[in-house]
Design a protein around this ligand. Structure first.
Ligand code: SAH
Length: 385
């Protein structure tokens, strides 16, 4: 059998354009993960997909209508993704080269850190084509090394093994990435995600344009926002619960010859509460929490947590102060995010102006028909008075 057949409900979903079809909407699928033709409940050809019977997301549509999905198509999509980045005006040597489904390569993430590439592969159907894709990467980027960061939990759900290894050349423990006016160290082997949070790159550069005075970088990780702020602010205090991330933050400060940075290992919620109660004041605050709503059922508690930190940040700002604030929870919609910010502004008693409404950097493209590809909300706010 070399086709996958959808149920009536799966057929409806496929027609609606969402590229993922779940196991419960699939009538029959081949045992072996791979690229297969997709048929409707009535036996009509619908296109081709990456298929894995073991995965909850059993079918990920690759083409609609007649176009066959094969190695040549995947290689072409990789080349198009690389060409597209060249047109994005990225002011950095480190960016996302492939953003999974949004680049037509489901489950595949490829990040570039200077002359090193890091690959994550979370789709068993694409796994047999990785060597061919690697050849294109080597030819186009001439990297010193390519790291296979095959350690995600999703791989287990796909029935794949976990492993982290050099797929090509040598990958150092630390790579210096350049982003606009700053440099930072990335640990491709052990850092979060593939080593850094590249989706916030343009937001970091945007906040740098508005920042001033005494600044806070809350949920700082290795101080990615903080470094940009330190370039233009009097002082920056970076707050995070990870000591390892802060250590790298301190190294980053040295790398950029910045002597106005301080690193505080603390729970951000407590830090903000204590500083607000003590009447502290800042001119710029960056808030970049981890996803506080991991699932839809977390929405109420996430709303309260997001509102708490944003309300406290607004209260900590002087008139004219700047707040850069993010939510990377897919389950929190853009409108939920602005409702939360509006509620925080109301409770703070301050008049708050929206300077910029932003999202993820363009090297993390979104598909309109795949809402899961649109996850990062970012606002730059000014406390008018
Ligand atoms: N701003 C960073 C990314 C932040 S990711 C960048 O642009 O690169 C979220 C960070 O929040 C992680 O570094 C994590 O260690 C930290 N974190 C998670 N929960 C926290 C808490 N309760 N208090 C302080 N830091 C926390």
């Amino acid at each position: 059998m070399n086709t996958v057949t959808l149920s009536a409900r799966g057929t409806e979903r496929q027609k609606s354009g969402h590229p993922w079809i779940y196991r419960s909407d699939v009538t029959s699928a081949p045992e072996k993960p791979g690229l297969y033709a997709v048929k409707s409940a009535a036996g009509k050809h619908l296109g081709w997909a990456a298929v894995n019977k073991k995965s909850e997301i059993t079918v990920r549509m690759l083409t609609r209508f007649e176009q066959v999905a094969d190695e040549a198509l995947l290689l072409k999509r990789l080349s198009s993704a690389i060409d597209a980045r060249a047109k994005m005006g990225i002011d950095a040597d480190s960016y996302r080269v492939v953003h999974s489904d949004a680049d037509g390569l489901p489950g595949l993430t490829i990040d570039k850190y200077a002359d090193v590439l890091v690959v994550q592969s979370n789709c068993a159907a694409l796994e047999p084509f990785l060597d061919a894709l690697l050849e294109v990467l080597i030819e186009r980027f001439q990297p010193v090394g390519v790291l296979a960061r095959f350690d995600s939990k999703t791989r287990l759900l796909e029935g794949l093994e976990q492993n982290v290894f050099e797929a090509f050349g040598r990958v150092p423990d630390s790579v210096i990435a350049t982003e606009g006016s700053v440099k930072f160290l990335v640990d491709p082997w052990r850092g979060q995600k593939t080593g850094a949070f590249l989706d916030q790159r343009d937001n970091r550069m945007a906040l740098e344009r508005h920042a001033k005075g005494k600044a806070l970088d809350v949920f700082s990780y290795h101080a990615s926002f903080g470094l940009h702020l330190a370039k233009v602010c009097e002082s920056v205090e970076c707050v995070d619960s990870s000591a390892a991330a802060l250590e790298r933050g301190a190294e980053n400060a040295k790398l950029n010859n910045l002597e106005n940075m301080k690193f505080t290992n603390a729970n951000a919620f407590e830090f903000l509460r204590e500083h607000e109660q003590a009447g502290a004041k800042f001119q710029t605050i960056s808030l970049d929490p981890p996803a506080l709503a991991k699932a839809r059922r977390d929405l109420d508690s996430a709303y309260r947590a997001y509102k708490e930190i944003n309300l406290r940040a607004l209260k900590l700002l002087v008139p004219g102060g700047i707040l850069g604030t993010a939510s990377c929870s897919f389950h929190v919609s853009e409108s939920d995010f602005y409702i939360m910010l509006t509620d925080a502004a109301k409770d703070s008693g301050r008049n708050v102006r929206v300077l910029e409404r932003r999202g993820q950097s363009p090297d993390h493209p979104e598909l309109l028909l795949l809402p899961e590809s649109r996850y990062l909300k970012y606002a730059i706010l000014e406390v008018v008075d």
